[in-house]
Design a protein around this ligand. Sequence first.
Ligand code: AMP
Length: 395
Amino acid sequence: MQLKSLQDADLKGKKVVARFDFNVPLSKTEPRKITDASRIDQAIPTIRMILEKGASKLVMISHLGRPDGKPDPKYSLEPVAEYLATKLGTDVILSESAVDNGVKNLLQLPETKIVLLENIRFIAGEEKNDMELAEKLSQYGDIYINDAFGAAHRKHSSTYAINAFFKNRAYAGLLMKKEIDSLSALLEKPAKPFVAVLGGAKVSDKIKTIEKMLVLVDSLLIGGAMAYPFLKAKGMTVGKSLCSDEDVSLAKQLLQADKGGKIQLPKDHVIADGLEGAPEACANTNIPEGKMGLDIGPETIKSYSDHIKTAKTIFWNGPMGLFESKNFEKGTMSIAHTIAGTKSFSVVGGGDSVAAVQQSGEADKFSHVSTGGGASLEYIEKGELPGVQALKLGV
Ligand code: AMP
């Protein structure tokens, strides 16, 4: 079943209820300020299109953080409302609660155009996929638009249950559509060679993604702390690098499943006594006792870059080392620059990899930088997400 896009929706004179992912990082101290607004920025084209198409009202729903089903001023969407008002150059009214009579009264006023509902996760029903809450939300509008890709792997009231009330009146926002189109291009007939670069902290977190990638790709370049369980499984020493027994046994299974020899592992490393330690080169694959692997070394950078340069399709998720530290960012930055320099179709899965790509200053050279970490990995694994399926079928 096709995903209907906002582009095809007739919104003239209609009241629109739209779910966004405005879950942006905020500063820890008061007044709380948005430290990275990119998730909001990426939703702006959808908001503008809804307004340009002549919607009479726009009611926006989002979550922020994990307030656990009760109001908590720390997670108020107030900074988001202010940011949106400035960016759109129009009033954005923040409701006191997502569901109370105040919202309905507000919507009756002719001058009310855009309302942002206060954090939907202040209401316990949201994460329980509560039908009653979904019904209340549905009463705010005639049309439902879901642009919250980052929350589409959740079966929540405002992403899942709500679709039951908008049969044939539900559409994907522009960002949602772009996310799904880009990720499904990886799954359906990707141009070959297809190279995946996977890194990050743990094998167990990404085991399903690695299994899926082994089927899809021509080579799978592994970096970050995730590489050490693989090296240990092959009989190398890893010193005191991050490496759990569970991950070593998962890595063993993956190496056995890799009949085509697609998995590539680091040949050398940057090591230190600990996370704060001074960086040392380790030209050997084995990491000495008492040392910790914290980045891939120059030989590995070269070999991984050679693979990347031959690729026509690239998927990247997870940093190659402790990139938040200047001492251990080189592997991750080099991979970002190499991918940015290719003409291939390149997709970066969300989460820390997005921060790494932004740190490299080359985000605009990637074909697509996903806004959803968990959602993008789950889509790759399963080829579908609950929020997207519900949008297509009306639950
Ligand atoms: P993930 O969320 O699984 O993608 O993991 C990302 C985190 O793993 C980042 O905070 C990285 O700094 C961290 N990381 C990557 N490589 C290493 C490493 N060799 N040692 C310790 N932490 C690492």
